[in-house]
Design a binder for this molecule. Structure first.
Ligand SMILES: [Zn+2]
Length: 103
């Protein structure tokens, strides 16, 4: 029995990859001392772990806030000056930006 280091699922000794998550399994029989044995346990954390995803979601959140502030600022100015036409191109611009970001 090999327990997956990633998701904790139990796999048979013959299995090379985890049946549940596809993680490469390290059999105790094949485990050889070397650079691979030292690198593997930390690799998921360094490469596909938190920093990249966190930065991406943070950036997206900041962007959304920037759009909201821009729209709010223009809306406030429109209310103050009682002119409404700048609101329409701003909404169109933000809609365009959001659309471009998704493509
Ligand atoms: Zn797994």
């Amino acid at each position: 029995m090999i327990t997956c280091t990633k998701c904790g699922a139990k796999n048979s000794d013959e299995t090379l990859a985890c049946a549940r998550c596809g993680n490469k399994l390290q059999s105790s029989r094949r485990a050889a001392p070397g650079p691979d044995a030292m690198d593997s346990p930390l690799e998921p954390f360094r490469h596909e772990g938190v920093p990249g995803d966190l930065m991406r979601s943070l950036k997206r959140m900041l962007e959304a806030w920037a759009y909201a502030l821009l729209l709010g600022g223009v809306a406030a100015a429109c209310i103050v000056y009682k002119i409404w036409w700048p609101l329409y191109p701003t909404v169109a611009l933000i809609a365009l930006l959001l659309w471009l970001r998704r493509v």
